[in-house]
Design a protein around this ligand. Structure first.
Ligand code: GTP
Ligand code: MG
Ligand code: ZN
Length: 315
């Protein structure tokens, strides 16, 4: 039998205590567990290992052991996306590691999914140097939200983020998405029911991922996708499908640091008279001047203020 690589393999699926790992591009998942202590720098995370992580494992030997292994080492991460749970434990959860692009899926047909969530997610992407792309999905339903759609696009393109529009139903925008995914490991994230799994199915129908029934989404806690899992896409690239997230808690960061994760603020903040500047009450603040000139959107600025307050409150 041909020997399959056991070092530097990618974690392709995470379910509770099990991690499926596979050498890429060869697709041959092996089911692994962690035994003993795995050294990671992050403290207080609910998961020491996440999809996208590169690990070494020891294949199990003996009867019926084929296809099983024990993870022995985790390699340093290029980047990762982490969120704090919004409940009292404030425990952190690593969503995925070593990703090239983070897609954030929105749909204005569910107006609740708007900017506060987007901005928290985007700040985390900036803090961990993950390029983010916003997807406005279900544009086939956007007829009655045309104005909101235009405003939304203006805010995020103005902040410096690509915004693409798609429909998993009509296929609009799917070719563009396909090009962005080719040759990359992409994360697809967003609240439940925005169409993440449907979009991946549009890219590669042979994956046949389970998608939700729209009428169920009014029930609280409904999540169709329940695992973090990497899927190889036929036209090239790998996509991580994720369960919908309801709230996105920011990891602690210093007040002075936060504005560095708003690209439109980072562009101008060297011009602030005071350094560090919180861009709230300080005179000669270049961020507030840019806000007055309309170069920074009031929505994004007020999101920034909200995060500042929240961070202070939890400290
Ligand atoms: N009209 C329309 N419906 C869509 C589109 N994309 C997805 N849907 C529908 O939205 C519902 C939810 O789609 P899913 O792909 O399961 O959503 P999800 O984001 O993966 O949801 P979770 O796995 O729970 O996080 C399904 O009924 C889809 O058919 C779209 O572009 N247009
Ligand atoms: Mg899904
Ligand atoms: Zn300032």
């Amino acid at each position: 039998m041909e020997k399959v690589r056991t070092e530097n393999v990618t974690v392709v699926k995470h379910t509770g205590s099990h991690y499926w790992v596979s050498p890429l591009p060869l697709w041959k998942p092996v089911c692994c567990v962690i035994r003993g202590k795995i050294r990671t720098k992050e403290l207080y995370t609910t998961n020491p290992i996440a999809v996208g992580d590169l690990v070494d494992y020891q294949p199990q030997t003996g009867e019926n052991a084929e296809g099983y292994g024990v993870i022995t080492k985790i390699h340093p991460r290029k980047n990762y996306i982490i969120r704090k749970s919004v409940n009292l434990s404030r425990q952190a959860h690593i969503i995925a590691a070593n990703i090239d692009t983070a897609f954030l899926v929105f749909t204005l047909a569910f107006p609740e999914t708007m900017t506060a969530f987007a901005d928290r997610f985007l700040v985390t992407c900036e803090a961990y140097r993950v390029p983010a792309v916003i997807i406005l999905n279900k544009i086939d339903l956007m007829g009655s939200y045309r104005e909101e759609t235009e405003i939304f696009k203006e805010i995020y393109r103005g902040a410096g983020y690509p915004v693409i529009e798609t429909s998993a139903i009509t296929g609009e925008g799917i070719e563009g998405l396909r090009e962005l995914c080719r040759g990359k490991l992409s994360l697809i994230s967003g609240i439940s029911g925005t169409g993440k799994s449907s979009l991946i199915n549009s890219l590669d129908p042979s994956l046949n991922l389970r998608t939700g029934d729209i009428s169920d989404y009014h029930l609280q806690g409904k999540h169709t996708t329940t695992f973090y899992e990497i899927h190889p896409v036929k036209s090239g690239g790998y996509i991580i499908d994720t369960p919908g997230i309801r709230g996105f808690g920011l990891i602690e960061m210093a007040d002075q640091e936060l504005s560095h994760y708003f690209p439109e603020m980072l562009r101008v903040l060297d011009g602030c008279r005071f350094s560090p500047c919180t861009h709230t009450h300080e005179p000669g603040c270049a961020v507030k001047e840019a806000l007055d000139r309309g170069e920074i959107s009031p929505e994004r600025y007020s999101s920034y203020l909200g995060m500042l307050q929240e961070e202070t409150k939890y400290r």
